[in-house]
Design a protein around this ligand. Structure first.
Ligand code: ATP
Length: 218
């Protein structure tokens, strides 16, 4: 079985994550997607919601979606005050599940373009495949020649390779473009604009009830 981890801040989780992941599951043949919320993302500003609030929103979002589970390994108390590095999570996963199980890490095109700033990024493929979902307004290729060569060298268009090998391939999915981001949602809430259709109703109600994302940053 090919296990797929989908890391993110999920501040908040939205249909850009959910719909993309659901169509990816159909395209690639995934029976389970593990959402992996991170605590202090090394490359991003701190989340506005607390860890508990982000977890509560994830739980509400996947309540009726058995495709998804949540793994809290990056936000357990022992990791407080230090960033969660994907490479460390992947190593831990391998330690638990062995060298031969197939593992993929899902990310959007924006995250791929940012990959060279990730800790030990070149070693990621030693532990997993990368599955890249296209995202509107992000370039399909990078100007970083060495990085593009690395992508081209490891790229596969054959889904079978993701299932038959444990790690090492980069696959670009054909999932539909979803023009939704958490930034856009937080901004809309600050501006008291509607977020209808951008995230599950239950998540929206929770945000409202908790008074999340309402304060404008000065
Ligand atoms: P923010 O706007 O705060 O940066 P985000 O909407 O990008 O947040 P994250 O939780 O940071 O959401 O994203 C987690 C992962 O999901 C990343 O790999 C990101 O590329 C991917 N992702 C987020 N939104 C989409 C989308 N609309 N389509 C495809 N992938 C997405």
């Amino acid at each position: 079985m090919l296990t797929a981890l989908f890391g993110g801040t999920f501040d908040p989780i939205h249909y850009g994550h959910l719909r993309t992941a659901i169509s990816l599951a159909q395209e690639v043949g995934l029976t389970q997607i593990v959402l992996l919320p991170n605590k202090i993302p090394p490359h991003k500003a701190q989340p506005e919601a607390t860890t508990q609030q982000r977890l509560a929103m994830l739980a509400l979002a996947i309540e009726d979606l058995p495709l998804f589970t949540v793994d809290t390994c990056e936000i357990v108390p022992s990791t407080v005050n230090r960033p969660s590095y994907t490479i460390d999570t992947l190593k831990q996963w391998r330690h638990k599940n062995g060298k031969t199980a197939s593992l993929a890490f899902i990310m959007g095109q924006d995250s791929l373009l940012n990959l060279p700033s990730w800790y030990k990024w070149q070693s990621l493929l030693d532990y997993c495949h990368l599955i890249i979902c296209q995202r509107p307004n992000y370039a399909a290729r990078t100007d970083n020649v060495e990085f593009q060569q690395w992508i081209d060298k490891n790229r596969t268009t054959n889904i079978k390779n993701l299932h038959d090998s444990a790690q090492g391939c980069i696959y670009f999915s054909d999932t539909p473009l979803e023009n939704i981001s958490a930034t856009q949602i937080r901004q809309k809430i600050k501006n008291q604009q509607s977020c209808e259709g951008l995230l599950p109703l239950k998540v929206w109600q929770y945000i409202h009830q908790q008074g999340l994302y309402q304060t404008k940053k000065i």
